[in-house]
Design a protein around this ligand. Structure first.
Ligand SMILES: Nc1ncnc2c1ncn2[C@@H]1O[C@H](COP(=O)(O)OP(=O)(O)OP(=O)(O)O)[C@@H](O)[C@H]1O
Ligand SMILES: CC(C)(CO)[C@@H](O)C(=O)NCCC(=O)O
Ligand SMILES: [K+]
Length: 259
């Protein structure tokens, strides 16, 4: 079985692929101090609550937090007796190379999202990921990442407002009934919800104008279903996009006899 690990700046998702389907999607807060032993105890407990055998012998990692990779490697080596593929490292082959400025690095999650969306939909695409950051990844017709946009994430913006303004409370993001709020919380919720709708629609419109071609828009990340309620720019919402891409990239390396 293949263990796919997707580490974002806020959360890390562990998913187990049995060759035909994902058996699990388990989430833990990203914390660079967590040790391999801690990951294993947590994973083993969750696995013991299911009906399947612990049979992991392969592993692939995407991490936007460089510091956690060391302990994840130790987890794979020590407990699953396998050397993991790490997206973005030279020994992990990519089905399509990012076409960006010489020497520029691209977040591995963005490379993985782009390839996953390409495999599912083909053609020119924009992937919108509502994670810690709100990112837009542009895929060329061959599925290569060719650039994008990074904006502050929804929860980060809410937190910044609360931190920077003495009288503004922390509020949860939700779709407000009206645009014009009649209390502080409703005003903030409107600013965030309709503000991000405007940001997403505006950026997608500008990318389409710049690229001058039709592009499908695929949305992912925990907040995608909420924002879908305020716009019709998304062609599809896919909550498993990153781990799906990890599985595809692992298979690509296997076919190339790189693992
Ligand atoms: N209605 C909601 N209000 C606030 N947060 C929500 C809501 N629905 C989902 N979420 C958040 O979405 C998150 C899951 O999204 P996702 O995994 O894409 O992002 P993340 O884990 O925050 O970011 P990253 O992947 O960068 O670590 C959960 O942590 C959850 O807090
Ligand atoms: C933009 C984030 C934080 C989104 O998770 C991540 O992809 C990242 O750290 N990227 C590095 C810079 C880049 O992608 O251009
Ligand atoms: K993510």
């Amino acid at each position: 079985m293949l263990l796919c690990i997707d580490t974002g700046n806020t959360n890390t998702v562990f998913s187990i692929w049995d060759g035909e389907r994902f058996l699990s999607h388990w989430r833990i807060a990203t914390d660079h101090t967590r040790t391999a032993d801690e990951y294993y105890v947590w994973l083993e407990t969750l696995i013991s609550l299911t009906h399947f055998e612990l049979d992991i012998d392969r592993c692939i990692i995407s991490s936007t937090v460089p510091r956690v990779v060391f302990n994840l490697r130790v987890l794979c080596n020590r407990y699953f007796n396998t050397r993991p593929l790490v997206v973005g490292k030279p020994d992990c082959l990519l089905p399509a190379q990012p076409r960006v400025d010489a020497g520029a690095t691209v977040g591995p999650d963005r490379i993985v999202n782009t390839w996953a969306a390409h495999a599912r939909h083909g053609g020119d695409l924009i992937v919108v990921d509502f994670g810690t950051a709100t990112t837009f990844d542009v895929a060329d017709t061959d599925g290569a990442y060719i650039g994008g946009v990074i904006a502050p994430g929804v929860n980060l913006s809410l937190e910044a407002l609360h931190m920077g303004a003495a009288s503004l409370p922390h509020v949860d993001v939700t779709r407000p009934e009206r645009v014009v709020g009649t209390n502080t919380i409703a005003c903030i919720q409107s600013g965030i919800f309709w503000g991000y709708i405007g940001l997403v629609e505006g950026i997608i419109g500008k990318i389409r104008a710049e690229r001058a071609r039709p592009m499908k828009v695929i949305a992912t990340g925990g907040l995608a279903p909420l924002f879908e309620q305020g716009t019709d720019v998304f062609d599809s919402i896919e909550d498993d996009l990153t781990v799906h891409g990890l599985r595809l990239i692992y298979d690509f390396n296997k076919e190339a006899e790189n693992v």
